[in-house]
Every structure is written in structure tokens, then in C-alpha cells.
Design a protein around this ligand. Sequence first.
Ligand code: SF4
Length: 349
Amino acid sequence: MMAGDGLLVRVRPALGRMSRAQAEGLYEAALRHGNGHIDLTNRAALQVRGVREVVHRALIERLVALDLAQADPAREMRAPLILNPDWAEGDISASIANELIARMDELPELPAKIGFAIDAGPAPVLTDAPADFRIERGTSGGLILRADGRERGASVTAEDAVDALISLAHWFVASGGVQAGRMARHLAPLPAGEAPASPRSRASALAQAPGPFYAAPFGRVEATALLSIMEDGVQAVRLTPWRGLLLEGGNAAPDDPDDPRLSADACPGAPACPQASVATRDLAIRLAPHVPGLHVSGCAKGCARPSRAAVMLTGRSGRFDLAHNARAGAPPLRAGLSPDQILTLFGVQ
Ligand code: SF4
């Protein structure tokens, strides 16, 4: 799709994992064909930024050669899949995900935003990640298949989970879900079933993962930085929906997945975006530990977060407008604030 800095190419590696060769190939392609910026999405995908139209085809061919994209665009558009980041080769999450990938053709045509979470670790950890259909642990310790927006799900086993998931996707279409667009907005009744187990923390899941967590504030990483990180013994890279990567085999000290800077939103702002009249990310980094629910936007377009934020700062004519529980560009509570005035307002030294 076209973005302010050129084409944006989304990459969804199988099981959210890239071998070292794939990761290095992708980073090099992002430098060669894009502007070297890579975004991590909350659906555990990558976005190569700043791709010029003239090299778009060459980038796609390189991704297909790396086995990071499907040659058939129709297959590429199939539903996104997120796994609990501490999955292991041959465990229940990996087995279910591999079976689902092999049977993708059995799914009906689904709206573009519909996605799946395979979260079959000891307890759910992807509860906050966007997914319309989830396989996770229930209160009994067994697996359940739960539709987003429903508090309970149907009991399934590792063997029949994919059958049940495919049936649920067909039910979604047959019962009018396509018109609703997302499962959470589709109100057709489903049997009650079993509640999910209490979620576990991100930190506890990452403690079981095969490498350190590498945090990417605002979900942005640079291909050059990633290439140098790979030299630190990294054998493979896993994507997470938490604005960070798992570096399998890496030796670096892990970053904190609950670092408040990872929950703040800020678009690239000035000078990266021509629409922006203010710099955004330096201010967001300073405010984030003190201001929960922060969104700093370079202009009223609000690219970094379309939904409301508890504290909304929108750039306008070189200054910021402040609003609460609002989207970018909402009528301000205070208008024309400088960064220093904002820091003082929130008690940040
Ligand atoms: S919100 Fe405005 S300034 Fe920020 S990236 Fe989007 S268009 Fe650019």
C-alpha cells in the first residue's frame, strides 16, 4: 500500500519466525529497495517502508526467493496468524499453526482484517493482541476455541482444533460476519462454553523463550541496527505483537516488554514526514514513563493510532494541542503548547 514515505510492503513469515539467512536477506532488501525503516505491527508482521514503485517488483521477487512471501498474492492475503512467542518446535502451538497453514485453502473468503491467534502455552499471553479467533487454554487447563468479543469458548483438543477453527470461520461467513467485518462486532449467538484461563504476563512467557527480547519503541527498527545485532550469535528472529523481536540464540541482555515506552504511540513526525510541523518521538520517549495511554501525533491525521488515546497531543503549526480520551485532531482542552510547557504540565524534569 502507498504511505507518506513511499510504498509499504507487509511481510508475514510463517509461524512469525525468520531464520538468520531470511532475516539478513530481509534487512538487506529493506536497505536496497526501501528506506531502511522497518515497522513491527501489533499482529507480529513486518512492514518494509519507503519502497519506490520502480523497485517494488524486485523486492517482492526477493521476498519470494527468501521464502518470506508467497508467489501467489491470493494466498499471501490469507488470514494473519499470531503464535505465543515462546512456542517450541513440535509443541501444541506449532503443531496447530502448521496444520492451519497447510489447510488455509479450506477457509472461506474472510474480510481482510480477520486474524487468528494460536496461544496454546500454559496460559493465554496474547489476550491483548488483535485476533478474531483464538485457540488458548481454558480454566480446566484444556484447549478452547474462542471467538473475539465472547467471554467463553468451545473445548477442543490439539487434534480437532483446526477442524473446529475452520468450521467457526465458515459459521462466521454464513451468519453474516462479513458484513460486520470483525468477529468482535458480529453479534450472532454462539454456545457459551468454557472461560479462558487467567492470562500470564509477557515477561513470564518471554522468560521461556529461546532468546532475549529486543524492544522497538513505536514499533520502528532500522535495518542497519538489525544487521549489526545479528552478529551477536542470533540464529533466528521471532516476531511478537509487542513492539519487539525475539533474538533466538542472542546474547544481549533482554529488554523489558513492559517498558512504558512500548505502549506509547507516536508517528515519525518532523522531519521524517512532510505533513508534520513538530518532532514527536523525542517528546513521547520523555513523557511515556509518566503518562499512560499517550499518543503524540505530528498532525491531525493520527497515523500511529486511529483509536482514542487517554492523552492526545496533536501537532499544529509547530506547537501541540492537548486533548483527553480523544483521537488526533480532536477539539483541544489546551491549544498551542510547546514541548517544554507539556513536560512541565506532566511534571517531567
Ligand atoms: S500523523 Fe501526520 S505527521 Fe504523523 S505520519 Fe501521519 S501524516 Fe505524518
